[in-house]
Design a protein around this ligand. Structure first.
Ligand code: NI
Length: 226
């Protein structure tokens, strides 16, 4: 499942993020790539402990904390602090798969990267190229969202960023360990959740709503690790 979530950050928050990132100390993205990815990664990235990255990352995590769609779709157990990248002058990131396990910066903890997220920070009409291409069981999808919108896709996907041929593409990216590891189980829960929400709006008194909500929670009990 791949879903886009609109307006995770407000236009003001996006504007502020862009201003800060324009004055940040960008590093060569290859420094943080794995062995195989080093050959295809050609971008700029803020170091994990850069104060601008830390501060903006907190803003994003706060926006997601009680976000109903993010919570329902990701069923997050742990969310890695967001990182930031920048593509310009023909930079790109060829097809690769993200490492399954990532250390949490500065600590002894690790997370399993069940889901990847990209939060777009540049308006799509300010740069050419820079599409995120995600290939998985759902086929190939091309994603280029408005600034402030976020895409969530399975960590199992092979993905790439097309070359940015003009302008600058800024984005935040991070990983989520879900309470429900399996993509199909997580998607089933998300669809059931959405159906219950719709039914609750259309037929709020229907007695089956409680039964369905019970089924949702019982499935979650079967499948979730906390
Ligand atoms: Ni990646």
């Amino acid at each position: 499942m791949l879903i886009s979530i609109e307006g995770v950050l407000t236009p003001n928050e996006v504007e502020e993020a862009r201003l800060k990132l324009n004055n940040a100390s960008w590093a060569d993205g290859r420094h943080s790539a794995g062995y195989l990815s080093q050959g295809v990664k050609n971008n700029q990235q803020l170091p994990d402990d850069d104060p601008i990255a830390v501060k903006l990352g907190e803003t994003i995590l706060k926006a997601l904390q009680n976000h109903p769609i993010f919570t329902a779709a990701a069923l997050p157990l742990k969310v890695l602090p967001p990182l930031f990248n920048r593509y310009t002058d023909g930079e790109s990131y060829g097809g690769h798969i993200d490492g399954a396990i990532r250390p949490v910066a500065g600590g002894q903890h690790r997370i399993r990267t069940d889901l990847s997220a990209t939060l777009f920070l540049s308006n799509p009409d300010t740069y050419e190229g820079g599409e995120l291409i995600v290939r998985d069981t759902f086929g190939e999808q091309t994603i280029k969202l408005s600034a402030g919108d976020m895409v969530l896709y399975p960590g199992t996907s092979i993905h790439q960023i097309k070359a940015v041929t003009s302008g600058v593409r800024l984005a935040a990216f991070f990983w989520i360990e879900s309470m429900v590891r399996d993509n199909a189980q997580r998607e089933t829960l998300f669809q059931l959740d959405k159906a219950i929400q719709h039914l609750g709006v259309d037929v709020p008194e229907h007695p089956s709503l409680v039964t369905l909500a019970g089924i949702y929670h019982n499935l979650l009990r079967f499948w979730a690790n906390t």
